[in-house]
Design a protein around this ligand. Structure first.
Ligand code: S3P
Length: 445
């Protein structure tokens, strides 16, 4: 356990860069391993989740090397070339690694065994077992499709057309990745758009992938058996990590922060849209494209926020940002209503329950609903604080309460900040560099 205490700060000021995008980093490693030849990645996130993907890809026979800070070289084995891992794959806290790699294995004639930490072992895998099973893979899992889990792939697998029952980029990507080594056309139909990094990067690697608008939703087709060409990938800063300094600056009067080089792919940038609607002084500067992804520097100044009703349609584009949005809402004038977010209950923790409990413990008026969260804001005044909040192995819960404590009458302690390293190594240093009051208490082991 690594407790982290946050105290009331004055204005935050400065310019920072957040680590590379987690979703894009995972995909760069996986596609690099499926290409024959050398792929170079710059700006890779070196958080624990991505390192779990790198370790797994080595276990499948690829050469994956770190050559400098954020600089990685991958020598792939080719689509169809994955070897059977000799040991159990420990995916740590990472749902993305697990679900996407299950997709890769599904169309290879190999067996792989996955496990993970207590959080990952609670998370539902049936959502990928169902479509990958239709493609011919077989599974042995714990009850409810939970890890530890064994998958045996089938080659050749059967191409399917699958309509996503939940808006999930992980399920979509698992099926598309399985489709790469499957003869014929594999199709995923999504009713609501989810992050499209897999589609963008697959096209960049030369896969035959195309989308089509249908009455049911967007159909994404990929043709197997694909041959992927290696290349160079530049990973932009993670909007889901930028969210923490952005909200911290927005809630602290007098703040002026520039977060440089942030991915603003519309399938990811919902939080920034919602903050603007709440009255945040937030602007994109220097908009450009990096490695096939839209990027900007985000300028944010402290300002009065007002509560809003967050439209449920926007949820997939900010699905990981609801915890930090709930923190912003705690300082808004009036009520913020977040609904249609039942998926939050199956993330690294039950984020609806965790936010409701932590906010209430810090004196914020909050109502938990089966698929929603309602927060009454202070109108800009500090919240009471003075509580220790459980992180339950959830990086985004830990960082959200570290931000809440920046504007609280009494300190807010997160019981265990160690999960922050899964997605945002250097979070505490980056925030304190801007003027945040954060201290890690190292003595407890
Ligand atoms: C991710 C998709 C989302 C998100 C997760 C990363 C991805 O999960 O919450 O942090 O990289 O595809 P779901 O697909 O379960 O919504």
């Amino acid at each position: 356990m690594l407790p982290l205490t946050a105290r009331s700060a004055s204005a935050l000021k400065g310019r920072v860069r957040v680590p590379g995008d987690k979703s894009i980093s995972h995909r760069a490693l996986m596609l690099g391993c499926l290409a024959v030849g050398e792929t170079r990645v710059e700006g890779m996130l070196e958080g624990e989740d991505v390192l779990a993907t790198a370790a797994a890809m080595r276990a499948f026979g690829a050469r994956v090397e770190r050559t400098g800070e954020g600089a990685w070289t991958i020598h792939g084995v080719g689509v169809g070339g994955l070897l059977e891992p000799e040991d159990v794959l420990d995916m740590g806290n990472s749902g993305t690694s697990t679900r996407l790699i299950m997709g890769l294995v599904a169309s290879h004639p190999i067996t792989a065994v996955f496990t993970g930490d207590a959080s990952l072992r609670r998370r539902p895998m049936q959502r990928v077992i169902d479509p990958l099973g239709q493609m011919g893979a077989s599974f042995v899992s714990r009850s409810g499709g939970r890890l530890p889990l064994t998958i045996t792939g089938r080659a050749p697998a059967t191409p399917i057309t699958y309509t996503l029952p939940v808006a999930s980029a992980q399920v979509k990507s698992a099926i598309l990745l399985a489709g790469l080594n499957t003869p014929g056309i594999t199709t995923v139909i999504e009713k609501e758009p989810t992050r499209d990094h897999s589609e963008r990067m697959l096209k960049g690697f030369g896969a035959d992938l195309w989308t089509e608008t249908t009455p049911e939703g967007t159909a994404i087709h990929v043709r197997g058996e694909a041959e992927l060409k290696p290349g160079r990938i530049v990973v932009p800063g993670d909007p889901s990590s930028a969210a923490f300094p952005v909200v911290a600056a927005a809630i602290l009067p007098g703040s002026d922060v520039l977060v440089e080089n942030v991915g603003i792919n519309p399938t990811r940038a919902g939080l920034f849209t919602v903050l603007k609607e709440m009255g945040a002084d937030l602007a994109y500067e220097n908009e450009r494209e990096v490695g096939g992804e839209p990027v900007a520097d985000i300028r944010v100044r402290g300002s009065a926020l007002k509560g809003i009703e967050v439209p449920p349609e926007i949820a997939p584009s900010m699905i990981d940002e609801y915890p930090i949005l709930a923190v912003a809402a705690a300082f808004a004038e009036g009520t913020t209503i977040m609904c249609g977010i039942g998926e939050l209950r199956v993330k690294e923790s039950d984020r609806i329950a965790m936010m409701a409990a932590g906010l209430a413990a810090c004196g914020v008026r909050v109502t938990e609903e089966p698929e929603g969260l309602i927060v009454e804001g202070t109108g800009g005044a500090p919240v009471p604080g003075g509580a220790t909040v459980a992180a339950k192995l959830d990086h985004r819960i830990a960082m959200s309460f570290a931000v809440l404590g920046q504007h609280a009458k009494a300190p807010v302690t997160v019981d265990d900040a160690s999960p922050i390293n899964t997605s945002f190594p250097g979070f505490v240093a980056l925030m304190t560099g801007l003027g945040a009051e954060l201290a890690v208490v190292e003595e407890q082991k």
